[in-house]
Write a protein that binds this ligand. Sequence first.
Ligand code: HEC
Ligand code: HEC
Ligand code: HEC
Ligand code: HEC
Ligand code: HEC
Ligand code: HEC
Ligand code: HEC
Length: 486
Amino acid sequence: MKKTKWFSSQYATIDLKDRRQRRRLRFFIIGGAVELLVLTLIGFRGVEYMDSPDFCGTVCHRVMEPQFTLYQRSPHARVACVQCHIGPGATWMVKSKINGIPQVFKAMTNTQERPIPTPVENLRPARDTCEQCHWPSKFSGDMVRFFRHFQEDEANTEVTRANVFKVGGGERGMARDIHWHIANDVWYLALDEKRQEIGWVGVEENNGNLKQFVDPSRRPQITPTRIEQEKRLMDCVDCHNRATHIFRSPAQLLDEALAAGAIDRAIPFIKKKGVEALTSSPGDIHGKIANVEALDAFYRTAYPYVYAEKTPQIRSAIMQVKEFARIVEFPDMKVDWKTHINNIGHIESPGCLRCHGKLVAESGPQQGKPISAVCQECHYPLQLPPAATPAAPAPAAPPEVARPVAPAVATSATPSAEIPPAVTKPTAPAATTPAPKPAGPPRIPAGHAPSGCALCHKDGIGGAPKFPSNHSAFNEATCAGCHTRS
Ligand code: HEC
Ligand code: HEC
Ligand code: HEC
Ligand code: HEC
Ligand code: HEC
Ligand code: HEC
Ligand code: HEC
């Protein structure tokens, strides 16, 4: 793919012999003149308007419709685009206005890349943007998160996992856990444009040493010059790259609506049917909407009694899913939930496992050992007190059904809601005293099948050892992040 830049100074190195570049230079000069003219004509109020999310998201940057739409539904809906994309100070304002001109032209001449490339190269470092509002050395401690999923069965069975994330943080030198990465200077070298293949990491230690980690299989591509020229200081956006423009999959959209009660979970197969309709007719919103509307006929014929009793709920579910059809895919910009990788976890994409479990220490006592991928290093299952306490911290409306207290790391024989888990004191989390410390992921045997992992390892086909039940959510793209190949 062509190397594309965004808000960048791509005109710094222009080759006048190259026709395309000459054309771009012409664009640049004319564009600059036009913007100057516009700026003079509209004056200060105009500039103010040009910095508003409305302008960014609609008037000029129509090409950013997907980002604008999802931004409006995000935790940052009240933060102006420019606060993250430009930040305070005149220098970056001017820089971004100049760098933005080619983009304006691309938008006007309909030559913008689709989708708009990400990561945003030369995005202003998070220190100057995110950290205007979020204090990085704040110690966040442990944070509980409920993941509520619904199965694609008739009852839309809820599966809740309550995980405690060791967010941590703190001042440099003292910092620990997940936000340790930003209290320290952690440099990395990505070997691809999307920053999914990380070959080298260097951690600046307090004594001035550089602790290095490499991907042993990519050694030939990792040279000191390349590290020097291309290394990047890890910041918020290397994990929270989707803090605002969150492209959700059909399953995520349905799960959220069912959890929040926006869709009635008593409608048989609504999760499955909703996902099917939203996944159908790729690239055609109207096709999707027609398939959602067809659900009315489905329930009328397949579930006449339910339909008679729950017509308003079914109609309202259909309305809700139709709304999702408009945000699950943006055919015009060729954007959907698969085009924008989220780096925060390790289920749908490698995320944390771009480094953890993969890169090995170059020296020191840990030499040759991979960066830890033991689950409890990052999160551990919350031990909820025995059921029958409606005071349990429910994030949304408390569900009518008793919450099945089945943490991810349970045995495959999921304890049913009637059998409360052992009344162990929820103190002393597994984190500080990892009682049965797992032996670590076994290696993938030499000459092993390159794909289809779950086909054999889910049900133990062909004598394959069944993977532990805590694996059921893992995507195949992540297996090799923890299990190294022999
Ligand atoms: C809370 C901070 C924040 C706000 C507010 C914000 N963005 Fe972003 N934006 C980001 C981050 C982070 C990325 C991804 C950067 C990366 O991966 O390099 C991004 C990426 C983008 C991209 C590139 C395509 C993509 O999805 O990665 C576009 C276009 C964009 N933003 C437009 C906008 C517009 C328009 C607004 C206002 C309506 C806006 N942004 C508001 C943080 C923000
Ligand atoms: C202008 C202030 C501002 C800026 C700039 C900003 N944020 Fe936020 N951020 C907030 C506020 C306010 C919330 C809380 C929203 C709420 O709780 O509803 C938040 C919430 C969050 C959350 C928690 C989201 C969740 O799901 O609850 C994360 C993660 C986050 N921000 C990361 C970032 C990152 C990364 C950047 C830079 C790209 C950034 N923020 C820039 C104000 C800001
Ligand atoms: C190594 C990856 C990583 C980096 C780098 C990182 N975070 Fe986080 N952050 C996480 C994870 C994981 C969580 C746990 C919650 C979750 O999974 O969304 C979290 C939680 C948060 C929360 C919610 C916690 C709370 O106290 O409410 C905020 C806000 C946040 N991060 C902001 C930031 C900001 C700002 C930066 C940069 C200064 C940053 N993060 C850097 C991974 C990271
Ligand atoms: C660019 C590489 C990289 C990525 C991506 C990354 N980490 Fe790390 N992480 C490291 C390195 C290096 C260490 C230090 C390992 C050591 O010193 O043995 C570390 C250490 C940690 C630690 C232990 C910190 C302590 O208390 O000492 C936690 C927890 C952690 N990472 C969580 C995460 C999570 C969660 C994510 C994804 C959201 C993530 N990391 C993504 C490189 C990375
Ligand atoms: C390097 C840190 C790290 C390690 C090691 C790790 N995780 Fe995670 N895990 C995360 C983060 C971060 C998330 C995503 C949080 C989010 O979505 O915001 C996550 C999410 C998950 C989820 C998804 C929650 C849900 O229900 O959708 C499951 C399941 C999970 N992890 C299981 C495991 C298991 C089992 C192990 C060990 C075999 C493990 N993880 C090891 C950091 C880690
Ligand atoms: C055709 C069926 C099949 C496929 C596909 C398959 N495996 Fe296996 N796997 C096996 C069998 C059988 C064994 C045990 C015999 C052996 O050691 O070769 C095994 C062993 C393993 C082991 C070692 C377990 C232990 O306890 O030592 C790991 C790890 C593993 N596989 C991971 C994977 C991953 C990751 C993938 C996908 C990239 C995968 N497998 C694809 C059949 C399969
Ligand atoms: C986050 C890290 C992580 C990921 C991702 C991961 N595993 Fe594992 N896996 C482990 C650990 C740790 C163990 C051993 C400890 C245990 O049994 O819980 C293990 C055990 C296994 C075993 C051995 C079971 C046995 O009884 O010998 C197999 C097979 C396996 N995993 C296959 C897979 C496959 C296939 C994938 C991808 C779909 C995968 N793993 C993804 C961490 C991971």
